[in-house]
Design a protein around this ligand. Structure first.
Ligand code: FCB
Length: 455
């Protein structure tokens, strides 16, 4: 029995100015890992660690987008997209992270930007989607405060070359996930398992965001600056609503959501005492002036939403972390990744942001939302997922949240980090042996949705 209704619910009407997009990231699609002078990134190193990535997959070839750029832009033209969110590979432009610029790397993005503009698609680059130059990791990566300065240097190089045509910029992708998976648990590059000692990575990334914002504003006076945060509404099972459970939920919310939104929008960190962080200066990590740099005005807050998180009090009171993650009691539909499909979590998240930040909340952009489904072209479950989540966005807008655009993750199947090529998130199916791209049913659905919204 299929859980999907045969016809997805018709989409509500969005404002004419609403921006329709798709998203990708450099290491997940480009391939050409050592071509045209590109330096190694932490992902090039990490994928070679035995057992790090399922079946030993690597992004060496990816979707070979580096060579198939024209085809891929043609797919976007056929979708009728307003915007394309992609990321710049820092080590393709600055092979050692700083200093010498590789002109062939910049030329690639220059060409991509021109092709997009010819296709009527607004380029919306992300400056850091996790592929840090390995040379900077060798100096401590984001544990090292100087990486924030190097990020601003890279931002200036990119903005000076592309800023005549590129106006909408995203600084970081999901600094929480990068800190947690990359530095606390070690399941992503750079594969460090520091647990709570990873927390400075949050501050240094946010400082990098603030310095990059200043660099963008200097190089591109009419730039629109965004950041993409992964956010999750925190939920409790009906049998886990004691004060201790609620305190655990609040501690989780502080770590995953507020630690990254509060400094940007309020200029302060939330209470992190549940993590043993009593000192507001984090033992010297947070220096005078940093929060003012981080809280520089934003033109938009990018939200990447996949699902809520269920939290209980820790079963072991001596545990390092002040929460346990739980499974929902509801029998939600699941994606191929086994993530629960909860569209109303997106409405809850967006209205919750408005309630917490009020007028300090800039316009919101959904910069990622989508799902992994089994291979195959008849991906009705993906259509249902997208239709449901767009309905959730419309509900939040009806409740007063200013949402300006929506980027589906992802244009095409790609390298899904520690899962390698096993999770397929694309509107377009990719045969990784031949690099053939075949649009799925969801591609046609999204194209028709965009066209009907314009009609
Ligand atoms: C997000 C990442 C993106 C992709 C999706 C599925 O956390 O930003 O690169 O892997 O998850």
């Amino acid at each position: 029995m299929s859980a999907s209704p045969p016809h997805p619910t018709p989409s509500p009407r969005f404002p004419a100015s609403f921006v329709w997009g798709v998203a990708t990231a450099s290491y997940q699609i480009e391939g050409a890992a050592a071509e045209d002078g590109k330096g190694p990134s932490i992902w090039d190193t990490f994928v070679r660690r035995p057992g790090a990535v399922r079946d030993g997959h690597t992004g060496d070839v990816g979707c070979d987008h580096y060579h198939l750029l024209d085809q891929d832009v043609e797919l976007m033209r056929r979708l009728g997209l307003d915007a394309y969110r992609f990321s710049l590979s820092w080590p393709r432009v600055l092979p050692t992270g700083s200093g010498t610029v590789e002109p062939r790397g910049l030329d690639f993005y220059d060409r991509l930007v021109d092709r997009l503009l010819e296709a009527g698609v607004t380029p919306t680059p992300t400056l850091f989607h996790w592929d840090l130059p390995q040379a900077l990791e060798d100096e401590g990566g984001w544990l090292n405060r100087e990486t924030a300065d190097r990020f601003a240097e890279f931002t200036s190089v990119a903005a000076e070359r592309l800023g005549d045509r590129v106006k909408r910029w995203i600084t970081l992708n999901e600094p929480f996930i990068h800190m947690a998976f990359g530095y606390a648990f070690g399941t992503h590059a750079p594969g460090r398992a520091l647990m709570l000692d990873a927390l400075p990575v949050a501050h240094h990334q946010l400082l990098g965001h603030g310095l990059a914002t200043a660099a963008l504003r200097a190089a591109v006076p009419d730039a629109q600056v965004l950041i993409s945060n992964n956010c999750t509404p925190v939920r409790h099972r009906s049998d886990a609503r004691s004060d201790a459970d609620l305190a655990a939920g609040s501690a989780y919310d502080a770590l995953h959501n507020r630690m990254f939104n509060d400094p940007l929008l309020l200029g302060s960190y939330p209470d992190l005492s549940a993590y043993g962080m009593e000192d507001p200066a984090w033992g010297g990590v947070v220096r005078d002036g940093d929060l003012a740099t981080i809280a520089a005005p934003l033109d938009g807050l990018g939200i990447n939403y996949y699902n809520p998180t269920w939290v209980t009090a820790p079963a072991d009171s001596a545990a390092l972390l002040p929460f346990d993650l739980a499974e929902p009691e509801e029998a939600y539909r699941r994606t191929a990744f086994d993530w629960p499909v909860v569209p109303d979590g997106l409405t809850e998240l967006l209205t919750g942001l408005k309630a917490r930040y009020g007028d300090a909340l800039p316009p919101v952009w959904i910069t990622e939302n989508g799902c992994s489904q089994p291979a195959g072209l008849d991906d009705r479950a993906r259509i249902d997922f997208l239709a449901g989540h767009l309905g959730a966005v419309a509900d939040a807008m009806a409740q007063g949240v200013d949402v300006r655009g929506y980027f589906t993750w992802s244009l095409m199947d790609n390298f899904e980090w520690a899962e390698g090529y096993h999770q397929r998130f694309g509107l377009v199916e990719v045969d990784f042996d031949t690099q053939t791209r075949t649009p799925r049913a969801s591609f046609d659905w999204y194209r028709d949705l965009i066209a009907s919204q314009r009609a």
